[in-house]
Structure formats: structure tokens, C-alpha cells
Design a protein. Structure first.
Length: 428
């Protein structure tokens, strides 16, 4: 696969985060749904607009304009002061969530980052499927929306994320440049500010396409090295790599918003198997093992519930994580329709670090060939179940065999794609 880069950008970050904070404090009003802004001294109406809602944009209000000017455009405008401490907390929550998907992440501002999709591409059906998953995970778990731009380089990914908003995924690959980017006003191009745009207009250059087809030597004579840069950008050229910042990973999780409500254990368990495979696969890729497993449920009423347990010994095996999630699900499910299911592995230790082994981890099972159906051992009505490792020992499924099976499946998926092989329990 050629290089694929995501640009993830929070929709009107400061306003979205302030809106969430006010809702959590009991406000009946969502700032995102009414003409509203963040910025300046609200009492004196001094300062500039730091962020605006979509309804405020309809009045012609722009980020960076004076607050007093914004109120002239919309006298009923609601204004809130910024709260930078809370913004940092929301930003950290988003980066932590995204780091649970991949370590190849570069944060470039409080509300945006680049992500190199290449190293994790084998885990997903396609780049677009992954982009939608990340976007929806942020919305479901954190409460605010983002745009995701997808392309073969950073510049085009960033341009794509700035297309129509909010809560959308857009592509801008090189073959799409003439249709999607060249008709845009030249001031929409990254690194073309107001002063540069004004001078380009004087030269008769009004669109990005016109800039792309201008002789680069002419541009260099007017703008020096910056002229060469904006010409390259207008033609979609950018070789800048994603430079990940090191971050300690504290958990690995995946969640799924269901297209239809889940109403039975039989429907839930295959979903939990799929989530467990994704989580365990990411653990093995990052060479971590988890001591704690958590299951999250969001009901159709939007009420949330979670339940977690500590394992006898840390693990990265799919079957152990899956069977644990089944047990947790049985213990917590209220038999109400389910909108979202999530599985999280936490209290991670790096492979090779010492840990206390459980008696059940000893490979005491007899040798032999066994076929595993993928069914969960806790399908029975009784909530009390035999410890998972002990159940596997009785079946003759040793931890070593589980690890070999996981390694074989990881290898197949790495070569042929995420859907190249499925367990029997996931086939309808």
C-alpha cells in the first residue's frame, strides 16, 4: 500500500469543548446548536472570536474578527469566555484515544494531529473504514466531532479535512486534485495568508488551479522561496513525514456502534469476539500484555455501563480476552437494547518484563489436535463460571497453543487483510 496519511481536526474545538462542559454542568442549551462564539472579554465585548458555531457562521461571523463586530452581525449572539485548562484536558483525552489505535501519531496543535495509517493498515478493511471508525470513536466516547482528511501526504490530508463540516471523512488523493482542490479560492491553500492572497490576486491568480499552472520562476521572483513552496502545494506536492511523539500507552480499546440495536447474548457474543480480536491483535503488535479487561455498553437510551476485572496473569491472547468479555457482559447486561459495545485492555506490561505467573498458565494439557468452535464457555444461564484458563485446560487447549493460533491468524491478516480469515462464531 502507498503512503496513507490521516489529518484529524476537531470541529470548532473551543466552542465544542465549552458546549460539552456547559452540558455536563446541567445547562439545557447546547452552544453548538445556536449562534454562539468563544473569545474575548464578554462583558466589554473586547477581543477576537476564537471559535464560532455553525449557526453563527451563517451570520457571516468569522474566526479572528473582533467580538464587537460579531455582535453587530448577530445581536442575539451568545458568547462564552475560553477555558484553556479544560481544552487541554479534552485534547489529551482525544490524543490518548487515538494513541490506543496507533503510536504513529503527530500532534501539531491542541485540536489537530496527523496519523500514519501504513503500519496499522492490515488491521482494517480500508483506510476509509478506519477513518470512520476513529471519527465515530471520538464522537461516541468523548462527545465531540472531528473531520478526518485522508490522502497520500500531509498537505492533501489537511486540505481534505477542511472540506465540508462537521463530523465527516473526506479524501483528496492526487488524482482528485483537479476536481476537488484546483477550483477553490487561492486563499484556501495551506500557507497562503491574507497578504500573500492579496498579492496573488494582483497577479491575476484567484484559484488554486491558476496558482498550480503559473510558472514557478515567476512566483519565486515575487515571493522568493515562499513562491516555490506555494506552487508545490498547489500541485499537491509534500514529502514531509509524520513524526510520532513518544507516549506511554496505558490502554488499548475498541468500540463499535451497532447499525441495529443488539437484544440478545447470541447477537452480542460474536461482536465481542470481533472486538477482542482487534484489541488482542493490537496488544501483540505493540508487544504488550494486559492485566485488566473492561467491557462498555451504551444502551439505546444512551445510558452507559461498564464492568472490568483483573486477570490472574496478564495476557494478549484473543480467546482469554474474549471469554473474559463474555463473562463481564453476562454480569452487567440489563437485558435492554444495546447501541454500542466496547472492549478495553489496560494495566499493560511490556513483553519481557517479569510478572507473577498463575498456576493455570502452566502447560499441563495433554498433546493432541483440537478444533475450537469459537463459542463462549459462559453461554449457560449460570453466572458463576469456571476460571477461563482452567476451562481451557480441561479442553486440552494450552496457553502455548492459543499463542500459536493467534500468531498464525495475525500473519494471515497481515499478508491478506483483516477479513482474510474469521472464526466460526463470527460467520452467519
Amino acid at each position: 500500500m502507498s503512503r496513507i496519511i490521516f489529518h484529524i481536526d476537531v470541529n470548532s474545538a473551543f466552542l465544542s469543548w465549552s458546549a460539552l462542559e456547559k452540558l455536563r454542568q446541567g445547562s439545557p442549551l447546547d452552544l453548538r446548536d445556536v449562534p454562539s462564539i468563544i473569545g474575548g472579554d464578554i462583558q466589554t465585548r473586547h477581543g477576537v472570536v476564537l471559535a464560532k458555531s455553525i449557526p453563527a457562521k451563517a451570520y457571516g461571523i468569522k474566526t479572528g474578527e473582533p467580538v464587537v463586530s460579531a455582535f453587530k452581525k448577530c445581536p442575539s449572539l451568545i458568547a462564552e469566555p475560553p477555558c484553556h485548562q479544560k481544552y487541554r484536558e479534552y485534547s489529551n483525552d482525544m490524543m490518548t484515544l487515538l494513541h490506543s489505535f496507533t503510536p504513529d501519531l503527530e500532534q501539531i496543535s491542541i485540536d489537530e494531529c496527523f496519523l500514519d495509517f501504513g503500519p496499522i493498515s492490515h488491521l482494517y478493511e480500508s483506510p476509509l473504514a478506519a477513518a470512520h471508525l476513529f471519527k465515530d470513536a471520538i464522537h461516541e466516547q468523548l462527545g465531540f466531532t472531528v473531520n478526518v482528511g485522508v490522502s497520500s501526504n500531509r498537505l492533501l490530508a489537511k486540505m481534505a479535512s477542511d472540506f465540508r463540516k462537521p463530523d465527516l471523512v473526506h479524501t483528496l488523493f492526487p488524482q482528485e486534485i483537479p476536481k476537488k482542490m484546483w477550483p477553490l479560492p487561492v486563499e484556501n491553500l495551506y500557507m497562503v495568508g491574507n497578504a500573500t492572497a492579496s498579492r496573488l490576486h494582483q497577479l491575476g491568480i484567484h484559484t488554486i488551479g491558476e496558482l498550480a499552472h503559473t510558472d514557478p520562476h515567476v512566483l519565486q521572483s515575487h515571493f522568493h522561496s515562499h513562491g516555490k513552496l506555494i506552487w508545490a502545494y498547489a500541485n499537491g506536492m509534500d514529502e514531509t513525514p509524520v513524526t510520532p511523539q513518544k507516549k506511554d500507552v496505558s490502554s488499548v480499546g475498541n468500540s463499535l456502534t451497532l447499525p441495529e440495536n443488539c437484544t440478545s447474548q447470541e447477537e452480542a457474543f460474536p461482536i465481542l469476539m470481533g472486538l477482542s480480536e482487534k484489541v488482542s491483535g493490537r496488544l501483540r503488535k505493540a508487544e504488550f500484555m494486559a492485566q485488566t479487561i473492561q467491557v462498555d455498553i451504551k444502551y439505546s437510551s444512551f445510558q452507559r455501563s461498564s464492568h472490568q476485572t483483573s486477570l490472574l496473569s496478564p495476557t494478549d491472547t484473543t480467546q482469554t480476552i474474549y471469554e473474559t468479555t463474555c463473562r463481564l457482559f453476562r454480569e452487567m447486561w440489563k437485558e435492554e437494547p444495546i447501541r454500542l459495545l466496547g472492549v478495553t485492555a489496560s494495566h499493560l506490561i511490556k513483553k519481557g518484563e517479569p510478572y507473577q505467573i498463575s498456576l493455570f498458565d502452566l502447560d499441563a494439557a495433554p498433546e493432541g489436535n483440537y478444533f475450537h468452535t469459537g463459542k463462549c464457555p459462559v453461554h449457560s444461564p449460570e453466572k458463576n463460571s469456571t476460571p477461563i484458563a482452567e476451562t481451557n485446560q480441561r479442553k486440552g487447549i494450552s496457553p502455548q497453543k492459543q499463542k500459536k493460533l493467534d500468531a498464525a491468524l495475525d500473519s494471515i491478516r497481515s499478508r491478506y487483510g483483516e477479513n482474510a480469515v474469521k472464526r466460526g462464531s463470527q460467520i452467519e
